[in-house]
Design a protein around this ligand. Structure first.
Ligand SMILES: Nc1ncnc2c1ncn2[C@@H]1O[C@H](COP(=O)(O)OP(=O)(O)OP(=O)(O)O)[C@@H](O)[C@H]1O
Length: 246
């Protein structure tokens, strides 16, 4: 497996507390990965580092075939390089329709000249329809985002991220607040998205992780405690001790 993202020995200390402790792991170009671990394990800090929000004190974060360092790039540059992040709470424009939200996402800057030249076109309408199809919202395109269910808002935001054609999608606790039916649709969606790109899901809901049916990385005290299938890591006594057994 060729790594798309390579995290090598990163550490990050906040006020003397080591939130990330010599963390190393890789994500393949086409892969679904779940990242689990107890509160404070460093999951959010890991995503903050990959997306450029937080700078590690040491270590490397390498991206793509040319192993480009992400540590010198701004958050916007990292997004343009192909890393999309879905935060836990949906941040869609509630007064705009789903179609308008997706159209705005298509317009989001990739470069200054592109924005200056951008205007809605037949092509963008077709792309909006395609994105809505990808996230299962074709029937909701004319609805205001504020009228959508919590799950539908999450899918809309994923569609907005897909507009930027990310190669890596980081998804923070997607199951939270969803109905069972929405959770099932979300696992299907994430699995499908990961057939053509890398998708990393941080999640506490173990039923949801089981349905993702993918490799799992367990973080604890800012480092990898265990990695493998959910069955494999669930049988690890240390994982049971620090996380699953509680
Ligand atoms: N900006 C910050 N300043 C100080 N401490 C921080 C900061 N960010 C994170 N921490 C600390 O680093 C540790 C790791 O936090 P992080 O949010 O990455 O864990 P997590 O695995 O995402 O936890 P959770 O499952 O609760 O979201 C925590 O102890 C947290 O308090």
């Amino acid at each position: 497996m060729t790594a798309l993202l390579e995290v090598n020995g990163i550490s990050k200390t906040f006020d003397g507390f080591r939130a990330i402790n010599n963390l190393s792991f890789n994500i393949g170009a086409v892969e679904l990965r779940a990242v689990i671990g107890p509160n404070g394990a460093g999951k959010t800090t890991f995503m903050d580092i990959v997306t450029g929000k937080t700078r590690p004190d040491s270590g490397q974060v390498l991206w793509g075939e040319r192993s480009q360092s992400l540590l010198k790039l701004s958050e916007a540059q990292i997004a343009r390089a192909g890393i999309g992040r879905k935060f836990q709470r949906p941040t869609v424009f509630e007064d705009q329709t789903a179609a308008e939200n997706l159209t705005m996402a298509l317009k989001a800057p990739r470069g200054p000249f592109r924005v200056m030249r951008w205007k809605p076109s037949k092509d963008s309408a077709a792309r909006v329809a395609e994105l809505a199809g990808e996230v299962g919202l074709v029937q909701r395109l004319d609805h205001k985002a504020g009228e959508l269910s919590h799950g539908q808002k999450q899918w809309l935001e994923i569609g907005m991220l897909l507009a930027q054609e990310p190669r890596l999608l980081l998804v923070d606790e997607p199951a939270a607040g969803m109905t069972l039916a929405e959770r099932e649709q979300t696992t299907t969606l994430l699995r499908r998205l990961a057939e053509t790109r890398a998708v990393v899901v941080v999640e506490h809901d173990m039923d949801f992780v089981r349905r993702l049916n993918c490799k799992v990385t367990v973080l604890h005290q800012g480092a990898v405690l265990a990695e493998g299938s959910l069955d494999h890591v669930s049988a690890n006594p240390e994982v049971i001790e620090v996380y699953l057994g509680r």
